[in-house]
Design a protein. Sequence first.
Length: 308
Amino acid sequence: MIEDQKGVPEPMVRRIDVTGSGGVRLAAWEFADPPEGRAAAGEAPGILMLHGLMGRAAHWAPVARWLSERHRPVGLDQRGHGHSEKPADGPYTREAYVADAEATVEQLGLGPVTLVGHSMGALTAWQLAAKRPDLVKALIICDMRASALGAATQREWEDWFTSWPLPFASLAEARKWFGEDDPWVERPSPSRGEFFAEVMAEDADGWRPVFSQEQMLTSRATWVHDAHWEELAQVRCPTLVLRGIDGQLGRAEAQEMVRVLPRGQYAEVEDAGHLVHYDRPEGWRRAVEPFLEQLAEDFRGDREPVSP
């Protein structure tokens, strides 16, 4: 079933329901064609965008408009997030998230696809690329570490969730708390406030997140205790490792990730934090566009007939 999504800023998108692993209902959002200048839908190369923990597909809107000029960009609300199903008993395992992304690529005919992942979504992306090299032609990793984050960070997240003053009396109050008053905020960040405002919904007693904090912790617990270098090294497609200067992925680790990847490249965005594509969409474009243009050039070269 396809239906229009309401209340989302440009570009407009349409919803496509996807059946994920175990029959979980997932909401994918295909960014609509601009009036002119885009290749026919069947010819445009597919891009699947995977948000991070607590995110939603609509967070890709700032960068999706220009992507849609030459590509078929689709954002996925991953299980437990956005408009997708949030089964009480999960599972919220790495295998489930990867299988969901795999199902989305296959059911929407996006392959061979370029995967763009932020944070947890980037891990899902490179795990899928390692599992299904036939399905993934390129990969963009946005501010996600390959090293284990450790049990202490999980306890910090538990404490952080407890500190949220829920419910918020208004969306403006939620925006202010996450952008200014949250103890995790080192300096005021309007974009961070807006990011979290987008994942709030009004309930009878006020505004609450559309996700379950318990489910988010369950999801996070499946990957923070382990390093993911081995799977990263199995990725054979061209891969861009992208970080915000003030993000969570340090330069040394990012460059080591590039070294481990057989076809890795490095880029960084100035004045950007962890929410790279949301903080600085224009800077993100400047970092990503040359990579995508090179992919397109290489693809055209592969398709040119060989002279006799």
